[in-house]
Design a protein around this ligand. Structure first.
Ligand code: ADP
Ligand code: MG
Length: 447
């Protein structure tokens, strides 16, 4: 492989030798901003930014072709193009051939659940997808911890633009792939072609830019590509696991560029968003909401909502468990507890001595409340019911007096405990649902 720059320097010397003394200096100026961008056994392409110079250079095409022959001992036919035309007509061809957009069609805005934790990021991403290239959010940077939907949003932007504007050239790439590709093209002397390819896209989506850290050459090249795109009002969207200013070992001038547009963050999921995501994922598994008890959804949302990948993993485990152990029956809390018994600390009730504290925790977990809420003075209906059930269970499973139970439930009077006990006893006689709830909770602290 030739280095195009070296070949071109030698070539220009040959051309200048052949030119007439009268117009030599004029032509040297003409060649000044030209570039040799392609060379194979048969064809070479020289580009100039100016249309006017294109025809002037064409006047000396014989000298150019002869110089190629002198240099390479073979006939090469040279094409002169303007930089713009070259990008449109040649690079695009190569890109569509060599470089797909890498977009994953499954990631869309439609299947991205919005909640307070990601609303800002989703809105910014959607606005950018509707109006790419606006200065206000160029670049758009989405940052946040792993598993919270950054990659999803990046693809969603690409897919949205792709659907609405066929002409736009889009490229999704991870920064690690970029670093690899830069390394490879430097070794192969094709870095100019790679740069041209990236410079010719309309939308560049780069995932996980924190991995540019410490990669000096890639930093430099990314900087020039970024500037070229930005100056041509092409949209750049980046994701990172931290605010760009906090990425160590990337050039300051890059950090400054990254802060030029809009930075938005995604934070940890809140419980309600986690629940909605789970419902969506169930739908994706072709399961309807009735095949799973709603308290199981709450249980997973509560215990695995640190990130969505975690949540998906938990759901998959549960579905796997249900297929293998409950033969497709409705998925209930005991099954979920069984499926996660190694994963959750609080399910190891088996070796714990039973006490009011254990029962309170089990009931709180079942109802997705905190222990504090359960023994609080709150009169919210589901908290009161949970509290009465816990008192009832303490009475029948522990040899505690009503007074002792009252003390353990935040210093309540023994008559309160007594009436709670009687109420639950009555409900158990009348209502099948309560029998089921009680037995599900008992399973929690007896297994
Ligand atoms: P990140 O890039 O931030 O590490 P991803 O975008 O890879 O996270 O998200 C991990 C998984 O969670 C993906 O399967 C993604 O579709 C899903 N996901 C994340 N957030 C949401 C959301 N708000 N709605 C639906 N799915 C989501
Ligand atoms: Mg990601």
């Amino acid at each position: 492989m030739y280095s195009l720059n070296i070949v071109y320097k030698q070539l220009k010397d040959k051309i200048y030798e052949k030119l007439n003394e009268n117009n030599k200096s004029f032509y040297i100026d003409c060649f000044d901003e030209t570039e040799l961008v392609h060379l194979d056994e048969k064809e070479a392409i020289i580009v100039t930014p100016y249309n006017f110079n294109k025809s002037l250079l064409f006047d000396v095409i014989t000298e150019i072709n002869d110089s190629f022959f002198d240099l390479l001992s073979q006939d090469v036919s040279c094409v002169i193009e303007t930089t713009d035309n070259y990008r449109k007509n040649y690079i695009i061809d190569t890109i569509t051939k060599d470089l797909s957009d890498n977009l994953l069609p499954d990631y869309s805005f439609d299947n991205f659940i919005e909640g307070p934790s990601n609303k800002e990021a989703k809105t910014a991403a959607l606005t950018c997808a509707i109006k790419p290239g606006e200065k206000f959010f160029n670049p758009l940077v989405i940052y946040g911890d792993s598993g919270l939907g950054k990659t999803h949003l990046l693809h969603a932007i690409g897919n949205h633009i792709k659907q609405n504007d066929f002409d736009k050239k889009i490229l999704y790439i991870t920064s690690l792939d970029f670093v690899k590709e830069v390394g490879k093209s430097l070794r192969d002397n094709t870095i100019e072609e790679y740069k041209n390819q990236l410079n010719s896209v309309d939308i560049l989506l780069v995932d996980d830019i924190q991995f540019l850290s410490g990669k000096q050459k890639s930093n430099e090249i990314f900087f020039t590509i970024y500037n070229e795109l930005f100056n041509n009002r092409k949209q750049v969207v980046l994701t990172s696991d931290r605010p760009p200013v906090q990425i160590k070992d990337i050039e300051d001038r890059l950090k400054t560029r990254f802060s030029q547009g809009l930075s938005v963050t995604i934070s940890s999921l809140e419980f309600e968003t986690a629940e909605k995501i789970l419902e969506l994922k169930l739908k994706n598994h072709n399961l309807d909401k009735n095949s799973i008890d709603c308290d199981v959804i709450s249980f997973i949302a509560k215990n695995f909502s640190t990130d969505v990948r975690n949540l998906e993993g938990a759901l998959n485990r549960l579905l796997f468990y249900s297929i293998n152990f409950s033969k497709g029956q409705k998925i209930n809390l005991p099954l979920a507890l069984e499926a996660f018994k190694d994963k959750l600390e609080y399910t190891s009730y088996a070796n714990t001595e039973l006490s009011s504290k254990v029962i309170i925790k089990a009931v709180a977990d079942y109802y997705n409340l905190t222990e504090k809420q359960l023994i609080s003075k709150s009169r919210t209906k589901n908290i009161t019911t949970a509290r009465h059930i816990a008192m009832y269970l303490c009475r029948i499973h522990l040899d505690y007096s009503y007074e002792k139970i009252g003390d353990d439930f935040g210093g309540r009077d023994h008559t309160t405990v007594l009436s709670a006990f009687e109420k639950i006893e009555r409900l158990l006689k009348e209502n099948e649902l309560y029998r089921k709830i009680i037995s599900d909770i008992e399973k929690i602290f007896t297994t």
